[in-house]
Each structure stands twice: as C-alpha cells, then as structure tokens.
Design a protein. Structure first.
Length: 364
C-alpha cells in the first residue's frame, strides 16, 4: 500500500509502498477514505514533537472497516468509522477516574509510534516503520486499535467527519469539556488555525456572549468570524491585553485559550484573563519551552490549566459532534479549505505552514 513516510526531520514526506500486517487481537484494519492535515503532523515533521523514525504520519482519519482481529466486538467489516486520536485501556488509574485522555497504558506506546503491544504493523524492506498515534492514517490502509474506531452512520461524509477525530474534538472539547464555558461569558482565543476555529465554535455552542479571535493573519481572522467570533484582534496592529480588557468591561476575559503552543502566547493568554478566570493551554509546546507568570497572580484565583484532546470521552463525545454536524449545528464543511490526493501531501503541508488554509484533507 501507499503511505506518507517521514525519514528525517525537516524533510518532505515520501509517498511510497510499505507492507501492512494483518490486525492482531483487539485491532482493526481500516481502508482510509480521508485524513485531515493537522498542525501536529507539521510539528512532528519539524521535530517540535519528537518521534521515532521512520514514521507514517496521519492521525485524523476516517474510513471503512475491512477486517477485525480476534476479540473485536465494537465494530465489524463494512462499518464506517472515525479514528479517535487517543485510544484508552479502560482500567488504569486515569481511565478509572474518567481521565481517559491521560490513559497510562496508551500514552507511552503512542508517543513512541507503537501499537498497544509495543510493536508496529508497518514494515519497509523488513524494517519496522512507526505509526503516529498508533494510527498512521496518511496511508491507503491502517491497522489501528479497535478502541480508536468510532462508528458513524453510513450517510456521514467521511471527508468531513475525519476532522472530528482530532482537531474538532480538541477545540470544541477544550471549550465545553475542559473550560466548561458558561452562557453569556467572554472568551479570547489566541491562534485561529484549524483547532482554534473549533475552540471558537465550541465557545459559541456553549453560549458565550463575547468571543474574541486573535491571529496575525487577516484571512484567519475572517475564518474566526465565520465560526462565531464576535470580535477579532491582530496583535501586530493592536495591543492585545488592552484591547481584550476594553471588550470585557476592563476586567479581562472569563476564559482565554492558547492554541499555538508557544511560551510567549501562553503568557499573553494568562495576562488576558480576568481575576478568577481560566486560561486553557491547547497548543502543543516544545518540551524546552518554559513559561513565566507573576507568582502573586495566584492570589487572584486565576486558573492556568492544560487540555489534552479536549478532555474527550471519545465513544461519547465524537458521535455527539457528528450528530451536531448532521443537524447543521457544527461547522465541518467550512473547515475544509482544500483537498489533495495522497501524492500531494507535501503541498498540503506547505499550505498549512503558510497559513493558507483552515484545514486541508487528503482524500484517498
């Protein structure tokens, strides 16, 4: 099968033939129909997110089940599925307290590009090839954990639904699950890329009254308005903190979301948050980055917290998001700026790097 393989950081992906093994116990073989291009893919290519190489990228996929391994009952051949970014074991400490996205037994293997048994299902010339997020969905087929497969109705367009598997869940979930944005509240979202737009529409779904989109690119600020931003700020032209305060009766926002992954913008998000407000870090920062905030600000009861995959319960939340989309209450069509064949995956990465798209989708 064809797959997009990363051999070295800061080099283009190679679309080439690789060998895919059959699914083992608890695994599923999926014919990939579509895969969204996420900023995390780009971060891996550039070494911001470190991974074992060679690696097949892609973690925002959707497709049709072709084969199931022993013991799989969640799905069957012919089912249409969205692939959830994070599988979970269901019995570790974090799963037992409902923190599924922090699952002990999947985070370690996923970070290494391994399946849950510590091996991979992809090989090239006998050499092991690693699988991003145990999915590796930038390929014609994928063998994935059964727990990653979320069944959706057959009439759901998979070239749109694939986005729910990562970017939409991460963004909408950060607003609704992590921050628990309240009706009538104010929110500022720093970074209006694919995930940031979904934080914005998550805030809108939650009933926020004032939603401020922040970005350096004017086209992204236009996207922000389409997804529910009531105001936009370009920090190269306006003082960010002062403008946010002017839009929130001088207090600062009830909620601030950082969706870039830089220490500087995390600090800016925190500065934009009112006393007693909540700052949520959604962006994936480099391990070397450190943030600095005034220690005395803790006495104002401000909250600084992270959000992993929108604090998702995948088998509960992803079907809800798909249902919202099918009922025209969630924007997915508007997210897809361009589609590309797998052979043009590097062009899709370039469009992401240049900020030309809200989301690109690779259609197999």
């Amino acid at each position: 099968m064809k797959a997009a393989v990363l051999y070295e950081y800061k080099t283009p992906l190679k679309v080439e033939d690789v060998d895919l093994e059959n699914p083992k116990a608890g695994e599923v073989r999926v014919k990939i129909v579509a895969n969204g291009i996420c900023h995390s893919d780009y971060s891996v290519m550039n070494g911001v997110i470190r991974a074992l190489l060679p690696l097949v990228l892609g973690h925002e996929g959707a497709g049709i089940v072709e084969e199931v391994g022993p013991g799989v009952t969640l799905v069957k051949p012919g089912d249409h599925v969205v692939l959830s970014l994070i599988p979970y074991c269901g019995h570790c400490f974090y799963c037992s307290i409902g923190k599924i996205t922090l699952c002990d037994n999947t985070r370690t293997t996923m970070a290494k590009g391994l399946m849950l048994d510590g091996t991979t299902r992809i090989k090239k010339g006998g050499q092991q090839v690693y699988q991003m997020a145990a999915l590796a969905a930038l390929a014609q087929y994928a063998v994935v954990p059964a727990m990653s497969c979320i069944k959706v109705p057959d009439n759901v367009p998979l070239d749109k639904a694939c986005l729910v598997g990562c970017g939409v869940m991460t963004g909408v979930g950060a607003a609704i699950n992590t921050a628990k944005v309240e009706p009538g509240s104010s929110a500022v979202v720093i970074g209006c890329g694919g995930v940031g737009l979904n934080v914005i529409q998550g805030c809108a779904l939650a009933g926020a009254g004032t939603i401020i989109g922040v970005d350096l690119l004017e086209n992204k600020l236009e996207y922000a308005k389409q997804f529910g931003a009531t105001h936009t700020i370009n920090p190269s032209r306006q003082d960010l903190t002062k403008t946010v305060r002017s839009l929130t009766e001088g207090r600062g926002a009830d909620y601030a979301f950082e969706v870039i992954g830089l220490a500087k913008t995390i600090e800016q998000a925190y500065a934009c948050t009112r006393q007693g407000g909540t700052t949520v870090v959604v962006g994936v920062a480099s391990r070397e980055d450190m943030i600095s905030i005034p220690a005395a600000s803790m006495l104002t009861e401000k909250v600084l917290r992270g959000s992993a995959y929108g604090s998702a319960r995948p088998h509960v939340d992803l079907p809800k998001l798909v249902d919202l989309y099918m009922n025209k209450k969630l924007k997915l069509d508007e997210l897809v700026t361009r589609t590309y064949p797998l052979e043009d995956v590097n062009a899709a990465m370039t469009a992401l790097e240049k900020g030309e798209v809200a989301r690109s989708v690779i259609v197999m």
